[in-house]
Ligand binder design. Structure first.
Ligand SMILES: Nc1ncnc2c1ncn2[C@@H]1O[C@H](COP(=O)(O)OP(=O)(O)OP(=O)(O)O)[C@@H](O)[C@H]1O
Ligand SMILES: [Mg+2]
Length: 138
């Protein structure tokens, strides 16, 4: 499914569509270049799910935890991961298989650890304010 987003104002609507598209699937992998808008979209998703906390990129901690309205949300950024065993060390499985929402930036860094089923989200830059989101059930 392709969803054009014309501006930051449209992100909230896009986030709602993405949550609906996911249905019962709670694990989302986000692909896109640096600065494409993965974190910005995840902020919007967390807002939709009822998070009141500030959502920032967990670049240094790898994973951030937020409280959504009815479940926890785990937000990963694997960009700085040196190798996949670091993900094992932080106990990624407990997060991935917890049944809580998991939003994962830079999943390319953990190719052997992807779950069997997830929602793939591609974020492409169209112009300064415009993005093209692509959702797929894997
Ligand atoms: N429609 C839009 N959707 C998302 N971001 C947008 C949009 N329009 C403009 N932006 C801007 O693009 C930037 C995206 O930065 P963001 O940190 O979300 O990227 P990222 O993909 O998470 O990068 P990184 O790979 O470094 O983590 C922000 O400054 C945001 O305000
Ligand atoms: Mg980011």
């Amino acid at each position: 499914m392709n969803l054009p987003v014309k501006s930051l104002d449209e992100l909230k609507h896009a986030a709602e569509q993405l949550i609906n598209f996911g249905g019962s699937e709670k694990i989302f992998l986000f692909y896109g270049n640096m600065g494409a808008g993965k974190t910005t979209l995840i902020k919007s998703l967390c807002g939709c799910l009822g998070t009141k906390e500030t959502v920032t990129s967990p670049t240094f901690s790898i994973v951030n935890e937020y409280q959504g309205g009815s479940s926890k949300i785990y937000h990963f950024d694997f960009y700085r991961l040196k190798n996949q065993s670091e993900a094992l060390d932080l106990g990624y499985e407990e997060y991935f298989y917890s049944g809580n929402y998991c939003f994962i930036e830079w999943p390319e860094k953990i190719p052997d650890l992807w779950p069997d089923h997830y929602i793939r989200v591609d974020v492409q830059v169209v112009s300064d304010k415009e993005r093209l989101l692509t959702f797929a059930k894997i």
